[in-house]
Ligand binder design. Structure first.
Ligand code: PAF
Length: 285
């Protein structure tokens, strides 16, 4: 696996890969790699000839008081995991080169970023769209591979690709879970053992909602109330949001049919966790 730190070096290598007719599949990450990321590498390998991964803890997507300074960083471990998973090129830029002094240009989605995670993380998606646009110009990917766990991020970035007439194709990998159901996340390392077991309520709440829906229930309020009850059985959880949205448009659905996202975010002490399910629903007969 080749490790590249310089933007221009990465651009020249991507030019060469393209000239050789190779399809570049790109997995952007902030490191702290876990099985969720590795499953995206595997998906990328099935849809591209060269898998490029980036590791960059993007400062512009963290708000004041968020976890930028304590975000887990362990490059040696990530490097080993990426190589074992089959990454061909690991792009690991310096912060100063990604945001040179005087940087003042932003990519902003104005319709889908003040809801769900965007409501409690103002500015977050501006950082995400900007850095991913920059990374796509550097890596020149044919395919962008993202995880469903960050469903709003995937929807916003999909919209960006469309709105900006980019030729990059978006692929969404499913959520990878721990044995007991907790969605894999780099932030799970912040949980102590008590919070770790409380966190399971998030998965159980989504499961309870899904079971109701699969059994034919379509009353959104009733489903949300049931899921909230499961969540709040844990005295330590504060609910940020639990909402139905159409996917990938992220509109409030009039009824539960078509492609529906049920997304949730909670706080457990100072740790913010998200999870979701996406369902294809036929109208109930
Ligand atoms: O999902 C992430 O890890 C980040 O938001 C991303 C897409 C790498 C942009 O920094």
């Amino acid at each position: 696996m080749q490790i590249i730190r310089s933007i221009s070096h990465m651009q020249r290598l991507s030019d060469r890969l393209r000239q050789e007719g190779r399809r570049i599949a790109f997995v952007p990450t902030m490191g702290a790699l876990h099985r969720g990321h590795l499953s995206l590498v595997e998906l990328a390998g099935r849809h591209g000839d060269s898998v490029i991964m980036s590791i960059f803890v993007n400062p512009t997507q963290f708000g004041a008081g968020e976890d930028l300074s304590r975000y887990p960083r362990n490059f040696e471990r990530d490097e080993k995991r990426a190589a074992e998973a089959g990454v061909e090129v690991l792009f690991y830029p310096e912060e100063e080169s990604m945001y040179a002094p005087g940087h003042m240009t932003w990519v902003v989605n104005e319709g889908m970023t003040d809801i769900l995670c965007g409501a409690s993380r103002p500015g977050h998606f501006r950082g995400v769209t900007t850095v991913v646009m920059k990374l796509l110009h550097i890596v020149k990917a044919h395919v962008l591979v993202l995880g469903q766990k960050d469903a709003q991020q995937a929807a916003v970035l999909g919209r960006m690709l469309e709105d900006m007439n980019m030729e990059t194709e978006l692929l969404l990998g499913g959520i990878v879970r721990e044995e007991d159901g907790l969605a894999m996340s780099s932030r799970n390392v912040y949980l102590d053992s008590a919070s770790r077991s409380e966190a399971l309520h998030l998965y159980q709440a989504l499961n309870a909602a899904e079971s109701l829906i699969r059994s034919g229930e379509r009353r959104m309020d009733h489903i949300l109330d049931t899921a909230k009850r499961v969540l709040l059985e844990s005295g330590s959880i504060t609910l940020d949001y639990l909402e139905f949205r159409t996917f990938p448009e992220l509109r409030r659905p009039e009824s539960l049919q078509g492609r529906i996202l049920l997304a949730a975010a909670i706080f457990l002490a100072d740790v913010r966790l998200i999870d979701n399910i996406i369902m294809e629903l036929d109208p109930v007969q």
